[in-house]
Ligand binder design. Structure first.
Ligand code: BES
Ligand code: MN
Ligand code: ZN
Length: 496
């Protein structure tokens, strides 16, 4: 893995006999109502501390994600984690994922060389060993990420191995590989998102793409300069970088996993490496979080990382429209009119609605690949945060069937999106007296009119827009990029 993210966890699936097992750490399941999984029961019988006692003493209730640790439960096992999965035989996939995420946190700083997880025996309807293994690997990989690049004295995490105990190691190993690759992809997206705007500039993103291209035979990378963008008529994209000393970069990564004749799927990320709002300057409070305004781009890098690791037999074009939105003497002013690559003129009524301005030209650019489908990913509107909060990504599309497919990919991967309307009636809010279209549509339905704006540039292909303004990062004490929607995008692409 590239992009300065450590890969410190190894996964493998094996048949495990508990009587003869010798390990640093074992993870077993406990349920509510005092029920135990078979392995937990056996461990309880072999151990000096009967796990039942923990229920009796109120130390453990079996609630989803709850944990209790036993030290040296037997001579050969140094540590046991009893992990809660709710009512026995009633655990849902969502609950399994929740518990796995809690385990991921517990193993976050673990230095124990080997952990054996005995969770495959939890019965979930329609859920294979492969799916369970995948969920565990993704959660643990995610848990073992740490941001270190700009903090002194951060200790590198030690390499650990995780053994997934199962009767069907072949299937489970497939799940572990996919889960690990998605976890790594999320961690790449998180790292790029977390890096500050003075390091992670458009040129930095371009150099990371080139580095990826050099390291992988079937990833070809091209970066268009401002001069080249000007020649293509990308007046809209360039109007955003006009006020900044950092030149915009249009990054194009082509992953070839199938015959060249096979049409690609395209993903296009908003890469505003810092969004001050431009001349329509944002208020100061919390403005630091606008370093996360390139999380759409980061998710594109993350998804490319996952693809490179798994090598699926598909073709993907991954595009990042990178720019910094700054006020400056050359900056675009409210009321300025720019001409997009499509030929449509745009009245820039608010320079803070810049994401759509960079994306529209990138979306016109991808037409040349004759894509089977196009997904753009963007921290596009505060309005989407108001509508959906942090749980679901906003999903907009010019094709209901495609939208349904993405909703399903979101559910399956635990990285949900909600299909929002994009009816023609909203389009009128973008009327301008002086140009073909205005770049803002007023306060009502702000995330919808932003999608409507993009829809004017995506008529030639099947397209969806993911507004990740609410899901791409967390604020407050846990401030940091989440790596979403890498799981959704990977799930969708891998299903092709
Ligand atoms: N990057 C912001 C959207 C954003 C704001 C994401 C807050 C997450 C949290 C985007 O460029 C923006 O500023 N949008 C404006 C649009 C408005 C001017 C029509 C917004 O949402 O306020
Ligand atoms: Mn903005
Ligand atoms: Zn923005």
């Amino acid at each position: 893995m590239s992009i300065n993210v450590a890969n410190n966890t190894k996964f493998s699936a094996k048949k495990v006999t508990i009587d003869t097992l010798k390990t640093d750490c074992i993870v077993v399941a406990g349920f509510s109502d005092g029920e135990l999984s078979d392995t937990a029961k056996q461990l309880s019988n072999d151990s000096n501390i009967a796990i039942n006692t923990l229920y009796k003493q109120g130390e453990f209730s079996g609630k989803v994600g709850q944990q209790v640790t036993l030290y040296q439960p037997t001579k050969n096992i140094s540590k046991a984690i009893i992990l809660g999965f709710g009512a026995k035989d009633k655990t849902s996939i969502a609950e399994f994922r929740k518990a796995a995420n809690s385990l991921g946190k517990a193993l976050s700083n673990s230095t124990l060389k080997q952990t054996v997880i005995c969770l495959d025996e939890i019965e979930i309807p329609d859920c294979t060993s492969k799916v369970k293994a995948r969920i565990c690997a993704e959660a643990i990989s995610h848990g073992r990420y740490q941001y270190a690049q700009t903090r002194s004295g951060t200790k590198t995490k030690s390499n650990v191995s995780v053994t997934y105990a199962t009767a069907t190691p072949k299937d489970a190993n497939k799940g572990l590989t996919v889960g690990h690759a998605i976890g790594n992809g999320m961690n790449v997206a998180r790292e790029l998102g977390n890096l500050p705007g003075n390091i992670c500039t458009p040129s930095y993103l371009a150099s990371q793409a080139k580095k990826l291209g050099k390291a992988h035979k079937n990833l070809s990378v091209k970066v268009l300069s401002e001069k080249q963008m000007k020649e293509l008529g990308m007046g809209s994209l360039l109007s955003v970088s006009a006020g900044s000393n950092e030149p915009a970069q249009l990054i194009v990564m082509e992953y070839t996993g199938a015959a060249k004749s096979q049409k690609p799927h395209a993903i296009v990320g908003k890469g505003i490496t810092f969004d001050t709002g431009g001349i329509s300057l944002k208020p100061g409070a919390g403005m630091d979080e606008m370093k996360f305004d390139m999380c759409g781009a980061a998710s594109v890098f993350g998804t490319v990382t996952t693809l490179l690791e798994l090598q699926p037999k598909i073709n993907v074009v991954a595009v990042v429209a990178a720019a910094e939105n700054m006020p400056g003497s050359k900056a675009t002013k409210p009321g300025d009119i720019v001409t997009s690559m499509s030929g449509q003129t745009i009245e820039v009524l608010n320079t803070d609605a810049e994401g759509r301005l960079v994306l529209c030209d990138a979306l016109s650019y991808v037409e040349r690949f004759k894509p089977q489908s196009v997904i753009d990913i963007a921290t596009l509107t505060g309005a989407c945060v108001i509508a959906l909060g942090g749980h679901a990504t906003g999903l907009f599309s010019n094709d209901d069937e495609f939208a349904n497919e993405l909703v399903a990919a979101g559910i399956k991967s635990g990285d949900r999106a909600w299909h929002m309307p994009m009816w023609d009636e909203y389009q009128g809010q973008l009327d301008s007296n002086f140009a073909d279209i205005a770049n803002i549509g007023g306060r009502p339905a702000g995330s919808i009119t932003a999608a409507c704006f993009l829809s004017r540039f995506t008529k030639k292909y099947t397209w969806a827009h993911l507004d990740i303004a609410g899901t791409a990062w967390l604020s407050g004490g846990a401030k940091g990029a989440t790596g979403r929607p890498v799981p959704l995008l990977s799930e969708y692409l891998l299903s092709k």
